[in-house]
Structures are given as structure tokens and as C-alpha cells.
Design a protein around this ligand. Sequence first.
Ligand code: AMP
Ligand code: MG
Length: 539
Amino acid sequence: MTAAHDPPILCSTDPSRLLPVNFNFDNRFINELPGDPEEGPRRRQVHGACWSRVLPTPVVAPRLLAWSPEVANLLDLSAEEVASAEFAEVFAGNRQLPGMRPYAACYGGHQFGNWAGQLGDGRAINLGEAINHAGQRWDLQLKGAGPTPYARRADGRAVLRSSIREFLCSEAMHHLGVPTTRALSLMATGEPVLRDMMYDGNPRHEPGAVVCRVAPSFIRFGNFEIPSSRGDLELLAGLVDFTLARDFPEIVGDDLNDKRARWFAEVCARTARMVAHWMRVGFVHGVMNTDNMSILGLTIDYGPYGWIDNYDPDWTPNTTDEENRRYRFGQQAQIAHWNLSRLAQALEPLFPAAEPLRAGLDCFVQVFIEEHSRMMAAKFGIAAPRDGDGELIAEALGLLQQAEVDMTLFFRALALVEPSAPSLEPLREAFYREDPMRRHEAAFHAWLARYGERIRAAGEPPEARRDRMNAVNPRYVLRNYLAQEAIDLAEQGDLSRVHELLEVMRRPYDEQPEYARHAGKRPDWARNQPGCSMLSCSS
Ligand code: AMP
Ligand code: MG
């Protein structure tokens, strides 16, 4: 098994190697929930069923481009097994291992605030629920593996650029400590995919790819919304109780109503923690539709997401959302709450009274405020928050926004500020432009004086404070321009940057001086560049 810090990550496939067929599958989702009697990818509305049997569509030339050693480890796969020809075949969708029963799930969703009806896994195909040696359940899902009944008018495929973004970001988020789905492998298909990336009437052929995503469950809010919207309360109740039993086994008791109520509150609490982490690391999901919300509170569906460079709560990476900015950085908690309210609405017919659902939503607010305040205080090096810290923090965030300061660089540099003689010097490299820096210099000095006083009052040795801050303030995040540079090279056939970024992002809180070039602020050329500051949903 590859140890955590081994040099990565050879991607040559050795045809003499075989993938041992010792995966242990226990496919509870399809064994315990009703399925669609029709098989295959014919596009249709699917009623009375949670899933439809459909096989991945084979591709001409599967080739392993990258893989995650940590996820392989979770699945008890060795580096040799990942390098086998069979691995490439299986995880590009060309054949199935014994026990794999591929299917697409039926779900609906609210997109940009409006009910969109049936959506479903349009290009995601679940292979099976693998049980590892420790008894953990890992659902394996191919994204980009061909059309399903839920593909509507689209092709079921995914392009290399969006697949690289999903692969790298899910692993980066994990190593940052943010709840997320994982990614085992990034596979080239050898087939072109036609996309109009900026929706401006200039479609082009792009290389296709398939990512194998891995999570304990891929159930989304939208899986509950679709049966509820159709008045199919039997299916809804079956799915709720299945989810309780499989995905929340810790919620026990004889009173079903009480269990369902505690479950909803738990979903709210997990969602709150997830969004608090997003705010801590500067992640903007970009498409927080209810079909993109995991019931486990995992970050899911990496599309036009982005990372905050200069701190700006109004920023959204998603060009489709440019006008309303519904999914902007600073509004993610409110949107999560709105999405949970849609889930509550879908569940309401199962509850004898609405009160437990209201209590769950209140739980979101409470947990988010607690977690967000705790994490923000920790980012500023405040171990034991007290009255007045909220204002100190809010004032700093206001200054960061007005003065165009890089979020990630600011917090790492703040750990270097001497509380006895607080100076702006360590922070200067975090500013994007001279002018706003000069304009706000006096305000920063005044703030730093108060900050120094606050830190001195805590009486902590400077190294201890620095270590605590550096454990919550990453040195490395997957800045949009970094991912884009890796994509540009990969499209020329050079995967080295993808591998390098995966390697860096495995230890995002460590200095890693050899990779310092990936810690710098966004270069000027990337300010308004497609893929760097503007992303479309085209993927
Ligand atoms: P997204 O905006 O990626 O979350 O996707 C919304 C819906 O569109 C989901 O049902 C997806 O499965 C489906 N979808 C997106 N892209 C494709 C595609 N290329 N082929 C088939 N379905 C797709
Ligand atoms: Mg989606």
C-alpha cells in the first residue's frame, strides 16, 4: 500500500498486472429500494422507483491519468492493482467486476431557486457499494460514463478539464479537513466530447474523461424531493428509513417519528459544519442547487466552484450566476438553510407535526453560528473567544475586502505578526494592489494595534499561537489559476502538473518550501481569464 507521503503516483498501466476481483460488494441501495422495471438509457420519467439499471458505455481507449493513493487505500487497492490494465477498463466503464450492479439514481431538485422536476444521475453511474477490510462502506460512482435515463438531452460524458477539477478538488478538500466526496481515479477515455464552454456559440471538441467518485453515500436532498413532489409518500418513507438505517446507524430508538426528527436535525448540523469549513478555507461551491446537496453533509458535485483569492464575500466563480450572485461566497450559509428548508418541505408529509422540522432548521442556525465563530476565531489565533472578538474579526474582514487582500496569504502572514510590536510588514505580500493598500494603511495599523493587544492579553507563547493558526489556515489551496494551468498542460498531454498539485494538496497546512510557487497570489493574467475567475457550468 502506498504510504501517505510517497512520491506519486505512477500512471503507467502494466498490461501484465491483473486487478484481483476481491472487492466485497453489498449493494443495499438497489437491494432494498424499488427499482425501475425498464433497463437501459432510454430517456424517461421514472416513477415509483429510486434507481434505474444502466451500464456504462464503453470507451475506445481507457488510460489512467491520475489516482489518489489515500482513496485506493480506503478500498484496499495496492499501487500495482491500480496500475493494472483491468483497473483502467473497470474504472473507465468498459467492464464490470463480479458483484458490480451499475445503476443511475432518480432525483429532482431546486435549481437557482426554482423547482426543476426530475434530474437524476444523467452521467453518473453507480457501480456498487464496496465493503473494505475495516467494514466501511464505500459507494463507487463513475462520472462521465455515458448516458442514463436521466441524461435528458445531454451526452452523459464529461470533459477532461472539469474532471481534473473534480479529481483534484475533492482530494484537496479532504486534506484540508472539509467533509467531501472523494476521487479514486481520473481516466482518459480517448474519445472527444463536444462542448460550448462559454455558451457563446463556439463549441469545440475536448478530450473526454471519467472520474471515479467515492463516498459512503451519494444520496442528495433531491432524492427525497422527487417522490415527495409526486405525492409518492410510500417511496419517500422507504427512502428516509433506508437512509436512516444505512447511512445514520448511530440514530437508534423505537419511536420512528423521533428517529426521523433526530435524523433531520443531524442533516442540518452536518450541513452547517460543512459550510462553516467552506468559509474557513475560502471555497465557493458555485451551484448549490438542492440536487447538489449531500444528505451526509459532504461537499459534492464539483462544477464551476472556485477559491477566494482577494477576500470578497460577493464573489462567485459561476458565470451562469453572475447577475444574481445567488451562490456567492458570503451567502452560502443562507443558501444551505434555504436548501434545508426545501428538504424539510419534502419531508413534511411524513411528520405528524412541523415542529421537529422547524427545530432542525434552528439547529442549522445554531451549529453554523457556533462553528463559524469558533473557526474564524481560530483563524485569527484566538483560542478562547470573548466579548468584542466578533467586532475585531468583522473589522478585519471588512478591511480585507476593501483593500483587496488575499485571504489565504493574509491568515498565514497574520501568524507572523508580533503581538508586542504589531506591524504591517509581514502582511504586505498579501495585498493585490498598491493604491488600496495605501488608502487603508492607517486603518490596518489601528486594527493591528488592537489585535496585538488582544493577543498579548491571551498570554500565549508566539510559537504556540503560530502553530495553532497554521493548523487551520492553509498554506496551499487549489487556486483557480493553478487548476487551469494544470488543465492547459494536461490538454497538451502533460499530466505532471496534475500530479504535482495532487502532491502539494496532500499537505496543505505544511510549508513545503519546494512548492512555494503554488502558494503565491493569483497572477495578474488570471484576473479575468476563463477557467481562472470565470467558470461556466459546461462540463
Ligand atoms: P449539474 O448542474 O452538473 O449538477 O447537473 C444537473 C443535472 O444535469 C444532473 O441531473 C446531471 O446528471 C445532468 N447532467 C449534467 N451534465 C450532463 C451530461 N453531459 N450528460 C447527461 N446529463 C448531464
Ligand atoms: Mg449535480
